[in-house]
Design a protein around this ligand. Structure first.
Ligand SMILES: [Zn+2]
Length: 198
């Protein structure tokens, strides 16, 4: 396995101007009740961490280990749609990653830092401090399957190939933060363009 010593670390908010930019990120239209993102026109809604925690617990008790797959798939589709939006803006990788991190912060997921070779997609790792997805949860194993799916969807959309996303550490299982590594899937069957059979 290759070393990560040359990995570039990305500070999430290097300057205070961005931190203060929350109201510049979303707009609320009181006449329609809609909240939209200022960059683009995506409509969003707010979901409480407590509500999410209850939902995860219920789905896990109904579907047992199948719940991991359900949340992973949900995250994967969501991650793909976010990355597709950013990609369609035509930004380079560094700018795209920066926009995605910004999106994560303004979505309240936690404090994200990314390391690895972003242009090539090699040795990618991500740390999430204060992860909202396992907020208030206790689990014997890493359990942020929804976020794992988001990362998978984002990575495969950005790089055009599949990655195995492994959650190495999880706050729910007693670690300080949630940590993920992205390993290229050598058996990737993912294609950006749909394959049309003639
Ligand atoms: Zn976690």
């Amino acid at each position: 396995m290759s070393t990560r010593t040359n990995a570039s670390k990305y500070a999430v908010f290097p300057n205070l101007d961005e931190r203060a930019g929350f109201e510049n990120f979303y707009g609320i239209d009181s006449s329609t009740g809609k909240i939209t993102m200022r960059q683009g026109t995506d409509r969003v809604f707010v979901f409480s961490a407590k509500g999410w925690s209850v939902l995860v617990r219920r789905i896990c008790s109904s579907f047992d280990s199948g719940a991991d797959v359900i949340f992973f798939e949900m995250g994967q589709h969501y991650g793909s749609s976010i990355a597709l939006g950013v990609k369609n803006e035509g930004a380079d990788y560094e700018r795209s990653i920066r926009r995605l991190i910004q999106r994560a912060i303004f979505s309240g997921w936690g404090k994200v830092s990314v390391s690895g070779n972003l242009p090539s997609g090699k040795n990618l790792a991500l740390r999430l401090d204060g992860c909202v997805f396992c907020d208030g949860r206790k689990s014997s194993k890493p359990s942020c399957n929804f976020f794992r799916g988001i990362l998978s969807g984002i990575a495969q959309t950005l790089y055009g190939r599949s990655f195995k996303v492994i959650e190495e550490q999880c706050i729910a299982s007693g670690n300080q933060c949630c940590k993920f590594v992205l390993e290229e899937d050598p058996y990737s069957v993912y294609r950006i363009e749909p394959v049309i059979d003639i």
